[in-house]
Ligand binder design. Structure first.
Ligand code: ATP
Length: 282
């Protein structure tokens, strides 16, 4: 039996370009691992099985990204050993925090150890499982391009805390990208670099191009963002295709003070810089 932790990600900016012929939109974004985690356990079993602890049911069998990743590694190892995957989920589902991708990356890493498959093979499998999986396998802070497979690790970020709110509605990622196409590829929500915390100042502005499309599909998202900006007195940004919204605070005390009046379920997350992968064995 082997266990590990999967870290959520937040997009500190996400630029999107015209959809390619293969259906993918090239992207350019800064991705950051944050300390909101799922725990995975992989074990030898009598039959293949996936168990997960969430209020909301997750896809079963190969439909579950964690299980799909573990099976892909088993195939590479040419093994027929039945496996069980147990998933203790704390990363909100379909929230723009990359939970499924984080689970897939952690499952790749765990199954790699379990079946004796090396990191080069795991890196090859990652993009086949989803655009965010290569980043989640690496973790930390990275500039992510292409269809998620072009990674450049950046210096670790610290000196701020994110307050993250997950509004109570879903925004499926494929629908948001399709809406962005339909709307003629609008430019996104922007936070000027002078409004960012000191460690991020002097870099480029923070932009999420998917924001207009997300609001077109869920107009209440804009009300949530404006309400949070009003309460917090600072700009609020969308992570990925949403609906998670976040703002920067200098430290956990400032974040907790400012967010004492926000909806229950607000999460606080420090950036988390991991090496060499976006997972840790426990
Ligand atoms: P992203 O930001 O990468 O687009 P997300 O954070 O918005 O993803 P996820 O939580 O990864 O969304 O869920 C996206 C879809 O993947 C959901 O419809 C969910 O049912 C499915 N899914 C499959 N496996 C998992 C898993 N292990 N954890 C969460 N969702 C999963």
């Amino acid at each position: 039996m082997i266990s590990g932790i999967a870290y959520a990600k937040v997009n500190l900016g996400l630029r999107v370009a015209t959809r390619r012929e293969d259906g993918f939109h090239p992207m350019d974004g800064i991705f950051q691992s944050v300390e909101i985690v799922d725990t995975l356990t992989l074990f030898a079993s009598e039959v293949d099985e996936i168990r997960s602890s969430t209020a909301r049911p997750l896809p079963d069998g190969i439909g579950n990204l964690a299980f799909r990743a573990a099976v892909a590694v088993r195939d590479v190892a040419n093994s027929s050993q039945p496996i069980g995957v147990e998933l203790d989920k704390a990363i909100p589902v379909a929230a723009g925090l990359g939970g499924g991708s984080a689970d897939a990356a952690a499952a790749l890493a765990l199954a790699g150890r379990f079946f004796g498959v090396g990191t080069d093979a795991l890196r090859e499998l990652a993009p086949q499982l989803g655009s965010d999986v290569p980043f989640c396998l690496r973790g930390g802070t990275a500039r992510v391009g292409g269809r998620g497979d072009e990674l450049e690790s950046l210096d670790p970020l610290s000196g701020f805390v994110l307050a993250i709110v997950v509004p109570p509605f879903e925004l499926p990622t494929p629908a948001v990208f399709a809406q962005w196409d339909t709307m003629g590829e609008p430019k996104g929500l922007r936070i000027g670099s002078t409004q960012l915390p000191p460690p991020l100042r002097g870099n480029e502005d923070l932009v999420n191009d998917l924001y207009p499309a997300a609001v077109a599909l869920a107009p209440q998202l804009d009300d949530w963002r404006l309400d949070l900006e009003h309460r917090w007195g600072r700009p609020v940004m969308l992570s990925g295709s949403g609906p998670s919204l976040y703002a920067f605070f200098l430290d956990i005390d400032e974040a907790k003070d400012a967010t004492s009046a926000v909806p229950p379920g607000t999460r606080f997350a420090e950036p988390c810089n991991l090496s060499p992968f976006g997972w840790q064995l426990t």
